[in-house]
Design a protein around this ligand. Structure first.
Ligand code: NAD
Length: 371
């Protein structure tokens, strides 16, 4: 069976769904790999590197392919031309990709969404949300460090002592914990907060201080946060404001699955920060944790720089691609036996990721949106 890797076409998408290093894992399982010409260039992989790794490289890869790998969902027009029974593996932000889902359903394509990999131990090696959040958390700190007009670490010099920068990380899931670890490695003092009580231990284990607010925990099913009432959200913002204004750097990463991002920081608090402070909002694309942040934009609020993230993992395309590709390969190999790829809906992981299969939409919220 043939696995195809497409060149990403959406603006600002620099990742590629398969890297040369991992081609051998697919060919070793009896699969043919074909890569669209130039697919890896924005992630610094040449066509020759794919050829040397055992892939075929050509201009048209979709026709006749059984599995199609991409980072962003395929253009709906291209989905309509896939053969019935073909499988696509990509991120599918289903709420904004209804046309893709409709075309996949009508073409009899099995469309798998990497966001939907269940968060169970057996699926950890396929968890693309985690791998990309790691990249985003790391990048957020580098963005802040580069823009901050002062040191992160404590420096004791003959010319005097420079105190370390004070960073505040809000939301301590995968991205937040990576941001804490990175800020600590650069020498900042770090405070961090999350609504899940369980995060306190993780925050402390990275050498940061857990910010205790006088509010009950909001831990919901599966370890995810639950949405809160507006009254509680306001209390949280008020209690966090002094920590925000005391920080040189604020990095926000808070999310609630299936909802827009919670607003954690109001404009007044940002305006009251020290001149030259930096706020990085990794949740800008899903509504923003910081009032006024906009994805892909760098704004000035008072004398603070407010950076809104837009497709942040793609800003480090080499390792974001390497990790994402490993997630995809692990998922394909789960579906492969003796060179044949099958969709076994009795497997919890496959069942979880399949948005469309055999002419139906299986993902309940998406089906409801299409009706
Ligand atoms: P996420 O991206 O959905 O959210 C990021 C963080 O924001 C979460 O920690 C959440 O609690 C926090 N948050 C939400 N509302 C908030 C608010 N109002 N104020 C402050 N923080 C708020 O989360 P994620 O990074 O994908 O991880 C969520 C959980 O899943 C974590 O407990 C993580 O350890 C766990 N996880 C488990 C697995 C696995 O078992 N395979 C894999 C990855 C993550």
């Amino acid at each position: 069976m043939r696995v195809a890797v497409v060149r990403e076409t959406r603006p600002q998408e620099k990742r590629v769904a398969l890297v040369p290093e991992l081609v051998g894992r697919l060919t070793g399982a009896g699969l043919d790999v074909v890569v669209e010409t130039g697919a890896g260039l924005t992630a610094f992989h040449t066509d020759d590197a794919y050829r040397d790794a055992g892939a075929d490289v050509r201009d048209d890869v979709l026709e006749g392919s059984d599995v199609i790998l991409s980072v962003q969902p395929l253009d709906p027009v291209r989905v309509a031309n896939l053969k019935p029974g073909a499988i696509t593996l990509s991120f599918i932000p289903t709420a904004s990709e209804l046309e893709f889902v409709r075309q996949a359903r009508d073409a009899g394509v099995t469309a798998c969404a990497m966001e939907l990999v269940p968060r169970i131990s057996r699926a950890q090696s396929m968890d693309a949300l985690t791998s990309q959040a790691l990249v985003a958390g790391y990048r957020a700190v580098l963005v802040a460090a580069e823009r901050l007009p002062r040191f992160f670490p404590l420096s004791m010099t003959a010319a005097g002592t420079v105190p370390p920068a004070q960073a505040l990380v809000l939301g301590a899931g995968v991205a937040g914990l990576q941001a804490i670890a990175t800020a600590r490695r650069l020498g900042a003092r770090v405070d961090a907060y999350d609504v899940r009580a369980a995060s306190a231990e993780e925050i402390r284990s990275l050498g940061a201080r857990f910010v205790e607010l006088d509010l009950p925990s909001l831990e919901g099913a599966g370890g995810y946060a639950r949405e809160m009432t507006e009254e509680r959200a306001q209390q949280q913002r008020d209690l966090l404001a002094p920590y925000v204004t005391a920080a040189d750097v604020v990095i926000t990463t808070a999310a609630v699955p299936g909802r827009s991002a919670p607003l954690l920081v109001e404009r007044d608090a940002v305006e009251a920060m020290k001149p030259g402070s930096v706020v990085v909002d990794l949740a800008a694309e899903s509504g923003g944790n910081v009032e006024g942040s906009r994805p892909g934009e760098e704004l000035t609020v008072g004398q603070t720089l407010l950076w809104g993230g837009a497709n942040v993992p793609s800003q480090l395309p080499v390792h974001a691609s390497r990790l994402y590709a490993a997630n995809l390969v692990n998922l394909i190999l789960l579906m492969t036996s003796e060179g044949e790829i099958t969709v076994d809906l009795d497997d919890e992981i496959i069942d979880g990721v399949c948005v469309t299969h055999d002419g139906t939409v299986r993902h309940e919220p998406t089906r409801a949106s299409l009706e």
